[in-house]
Design a protein around this ligand. Structure first.
Ligand code: AHG
Ligand code: MN
Ligand code: MN
Length: 339
């Protein structure tokens, strides 16, 4: 019986290097280092349920340190990996107020990374899928230290973006602007295997994902779209299914595979919504666009927004084109201002 040889992540990254606009080994090295950090975080996520038990017993971990909270641990793991990669000039993380400039061979490092090291923190304690999101830009500054300007680039300028989902299996999904590929971790040997080549979001979807508990504070256009999704306005014979996990990575991963729309709108209390442009919306928009979908604020394409602050937020409607464009049309018809 003939067997097809499976492709592993590191091999795939090298194979695809020729497709990069600048054909650099540095970007490959950076992506590989992110893959290694993902495996370390995966190991900790799998042990997370034991952390309290070990903690109650007064135990320290093998390094003699007290068990850290998973989001701090994920942040430190990715920062350490990026710091030692030699290819990353700086990091913007959800967990750190300001950018972290890396001084190692700084002039040579061509890239900066924005990241959400642990997405879906509220799900950690209840054994529900969580993730990591990353976004890579070419640095603009010519020497160390890197500057805010290196990070405040439009999403269109991303050279790579991806996420890791720590779910029923752990996957790493990424794009370098030439399609989207997904890799599943075989935990027994610690390798990511290419399991989802050239992911395309289905052109039709029947899932909508939103924290619908906020309905009364959503813009009229969003309320109208949600009524449509449920068939309440008489115009949708086949009401959609509502699926909402509360981890953007997990909600979007499902919708990417099955087809659907994910919405985090502006609300009366939070006019810019909740999700962060640099390390949540931009990387996810890049991936979804590369998979044939669309991401918008309701007015403009997410990837065309000019960021002005590291931690700025934006409303987002993201998923397969047909559903996103229907939502956009209803925003125009009924209004975008939060009520
Ligand atoms: P984080 O854990 O990185 O702060 O992100 C949580 C985000 C996102 O993952 C999710 O889509 C959203 O918060 C859920 O918010 P609600 O609880 O308001 O639905
Ligand atoms: Mn997040
Ligand atoms: Mn987070």
């Amino acid at each position: 019986m003939s067997r097809t040889r499976q492709i592993v992540l590191d091999e795939f990254i090298i194979q695809k290097e020729k497709d990069f606009p600048y054909a650099t080994g540095e970007l490959s090295a950076l992506l590989r280092d992110i893959g290694v950090a993902a495996k370390i975080v995966n190991r900790e996520v799998n042990r997370a349920g034991l952390a309290d038990i070990l903690g109650q017993a007064g135990a320290d971990n093998v390094q003699g340190e007290a068990q850290q909270k998973l989001d701090v641990l994920a942040n430190n793991t990715f920062i350490n990996s990026l710091k030692t990669s030699g290819e990353c000039a700086g990091i913007a993380s959800e967990e750190d107020e300001d950018i972290i400039c890396i001084d190692v061979d700084g002039e040579k490092a061509k890239y900066v990374v924005a990241m959400d090291p642990l997405d879906g923190s509220s799900n950690i304690d209840v054994n529900v899928s969580i993730g990591t999101i990353f976004s890579i830009y070419r640095r603009l500054s010519e020497k160390c230290p890197c500057t805010h300007g290196d990070f405040l680039q439009k999403g269109r300028e991303q050279v790579a973006a991806g996420y890791v989902i720590y779910g029923s299996s752990t996957m790493l999904v990424y794009t370098t602007g030439n399609g989207v590929n997904g890799f599943t971790l075989d935990p027994s040997i610690g390798e990511f295997y290419l399991s989802h080549p050239d992911i395309k979001i289905p052109s039709k979807g029947s899932i909508y994902s939103i924290n619908q508990g906020g309905y009364t504070k959503f813009p009229k256009g969003v309320q109208a779209y949600l009524d449509y999704c449920q068939g309440l306005d008489g115009n949708n014979d086949k009401p959609y299914s509502l699926r909402y996990i509360g981890s953007m990575v997990a909600d979007l991963h499902r919708n990417l595979i099955k087809g659907g729309i994910f919405i985090y709108p502006s609300t009366a209390d939070a006019p810019k919504g909740k999700l962060r442009l640099l390390y949540e919306c931009n990387p996810m928009a890049f991936i979804v666009e590369q998979a044939g979908g669309k991401a918008t604020t309701g007015k403009v394409n997410i990837l065309d927004l000019q960021p002005t602050e590291l931690h700025e937020r934006t409303p987002i409607f993201i998923g397969n084109k047909e559903m996103v464009e229907k939502a956009e049309a209803m925003l125009v018809q009924y209004g975008q201002a939060a009520v």
